[in-house]
Ligand binder design. Structure first.
Ligand SMILES: CC(=O)N[C@H]1[C@@H](OP(=O)(O)O)O[C@H](CO)[C@@H](O)[C@@H]1O
Ligand SMILES: [Mg+2]
Length: 547
């Protein structure tokens, strides 16, 4: 139980807010996310839970990020970060949901119930760090977060504006300080220094061609990228010539508006404001800078997207080469983790050309991250551009301690060492991934055209279908098949078998009230046709269960 003083303080603090009538909240794939004016009580509950999580883990630092990523400016959200910079452990999502739905006059009682249920030693210290993106509602929400932390006597540090991956980085640094796995200096500057140093190491003796234009979605990534640039060498001395665009954080309404990684990926076109010439290398971040996509317009003015699948294949191919060149290929198991949304051509390329295992997991980065950790080098990306590379303890040790037998081996080992620092291993990080892509292109001497030429994407289509009750759509086999409603999977199987290279699946979204249908096939018209037919089958199955 909380002490009587804390119990009372929670009660008093809670009464300042109003529970939005009739609302039911759920901690989903991306934490809580909705219209910002509905979030007050949710953020208060998350503050309470962050302290409990820290106490449960003997006072390790827990992170709280206030962001709604690529959502419209009027939305906001909040999510918890676990000690190694990972997403909150799944079991705790239910506790978050329970506390967020407690009526305000009962929240202190539910807090006490949770202490009992989770068996928390209240004598343990509690420490929390938090940060927010540039949304206008952010300052109000972190005020509420501080109120919850103060009421429960939790030690906390406010990192003000940060990208989501920067906060994850800080959490991991704070919890590894003074251990053999020390991750870095737990400050924003420490983050830039680490990336800057690693980039210099990886870029030794290679040079990037041309410039890169980075669309920052008018979000927190803009000012942070400008800051990062100060820690990189000048373009003519192993640096990269970066032009920052869409970095207006003064007008809060411009956030994610007709720009950013989600816009580019879903609309399959450059932001309308883009002034890039044909073949110019471009990239877009999302609103909290954890997603990254590349693109360019070719000689025929055709838009070409290089999405998360492309970044994964590029990274896997490069790391595979380095590991072979370093003479340690026998010691390290490399794997690439994707979801069902990965283009089939990318999976083929990984298996047949790169000769690496391609694993498919459920949607949501936490699933990919866990699967990646089963490899010495786990490359994971969602097609939308969120991902990173994880290195096992064995990989780090092997890379560090291998004795090079030749200058070529030494060069490969040094590049690998640089990569382990350049890549944010806590979580997908657009700024770190961007430096990784730039470094790889430089090493390979490639332009985006050569990168695109590694394989040809199958035409694909993603459709959103609204149904009365999406919970009846139960997926199995890494969400590639439906076991319910009965008979629907047979229909999907029959449909896809009629198309050359046809593949389609349907699953209930974890973040929106809809079912998503994905289809790909050998030609554009076949992919569109297959998607439409499967979407119709989903609609029918959805309404049949309605009666
Ligand atoms: C097809 C797709 O892009 N789905 C997204 C989306 O999940 P859904 O469960 O499909 O709504 O949001 C997730 C959280 O940001 C992200 O991890 C995932 O990749
Ligand atoms: Mg994001």
């Amino acid at each position: 139980m909380a002490s009587p003083a804390v119990h009372q303080a929670i009660k008093e603090a809670a009464l300042k807010y109003r529970f939005p009538e009739g609302r039911v909240f759920e901690y989903g794939t991306a934490g809580f996310r909705m219209k910002a004016d509905l979030l007050n009580t949710v953020v208060f509950a998350v503050g309470l839970l962050a302290g409990l999580r820290s106490k449960k883990l003997n006072g390790q630092w827990i992170g709280v990020m206030v962001t709604a990523s690529h959502n419209p400016a009027e939305d906001n959200g909040v999510k918890l970060v676990d000690p190694m910079g990972e997403m909150l452990e799944a079991e705790w999502e239910a506790y978050a949901t329970k506390l967020a739905n407690a009526p305000l006059e009962k929240v202190a009682d539910v807090y006490d119930e949770l202490i009992k249920e989770i068996d928390i030693n209240m004598k343990n210290p509690a420490r929390v760090v938090f940060a927010r993106d540039t949304r206008a509602s952010g300052s109000r929400l972190v005020g509420i977060l501080s109120a919850a932390l103060t009421a429960t006597e939790v030690e906390f540090t406010d990192f003000k504006y940060m990208t989501t991956p920067q906060l994850h980085y800080v959490v991991r640094c704070k919890n590894t300080l003074g251990t053999p796995y020390e991750y870095g200096e737990p400050t924003e500057e420490g983050y830039y220094e680490k990336l800057g140093e690693a980039f210099k190491k990886v870029m030794k003796s290679v040079k990037i061609h041309g410039h890169l234009t980075v669309d920052c979605a008018n979000g927190v990534g803009g000012p942070k990228l400008r800051e990062l640039l100060k820690f990189l060498p000048p373009a003519d001395q192993g640096g990269v010539d970066i032009k920052v665009v869409n970095d207006n954080v003064i007008n809060p309404d411009s956030l994610n508006f007709e720009c950013g990684a989600d816009y580019v990926k879903t609309k399959q076109r450059a932001p309308p404001s883009s002034k890039a010439s044909p073949l110019d290398r471009c990239a877009s971040l999302d609103g909290d800078a954890d997603r990254l996509v590349y693109y360019f317009v070719d000689e025929n003015n055709v838009f070409r997207l290089l999405d998360g699948d492309r970044i994964a294949t590029l990274a896997a191919s490069f790391i595979g080469d380095l590991v072979r060149n370093a003479g340690i290929a026998q010691k390290l198991k490399i794997g690439v983790i994707q979801t069902a949304y990965a283009n089939g051509a990318s999976t083929d390329y990984i298996e047949k050309v790169l000769k690496l295992p391609a694993v498919c997991t459920k949607t949501g980065v936490k699933h990919l991250h866990h699967a990646a950790m089963r490899y010495d080098v786990g490359v994971y990306f969602e097609a939308n551009g969120h991902g990173t590379v994880t290195f096992s303890e064995n990989a780090l040790k092997t890379i560090k301690s291998s004795e090079p037998q030749s200058p070529a081996q030494q060069h490969a080992l040094e590049s690998l060492k640089g990569l382990t620092d350049l890549i944010n291993q806590a979580v997908g990080d657009a700024l770190s991934d961007m430096l990784l892509v730039e470094a790889i292109l430089a090493h390979k001497g490639w332009t985006t055209k050569e990168w695109l030429g590694t394989y040809t994407d199958l035409p694909s289509r993603l459709v959103r279908v609204e149904v009365a009750d999406r919970s009846i759509f139960k997926a199995v086999d890494a969400e590639r098949k439906l076991e319910s409603p009965a008979g629907l999977q047979d229909r999907i199987d029959a449909l896809q078998s009629r198309y050359n290279k046809g593949r389609s699946f349907a699953r209930a979204s974890g973040t929106e009230d809809a079912v998503r249908v994905y289809a790909e096939a050998a030609s554009r018209s076949e992919a569109d046709d297959l998607a439409t037919r499967v979407a119709n089958a989903v609609k029918e199955a959805g309404s049949a269960s309605d009666v």
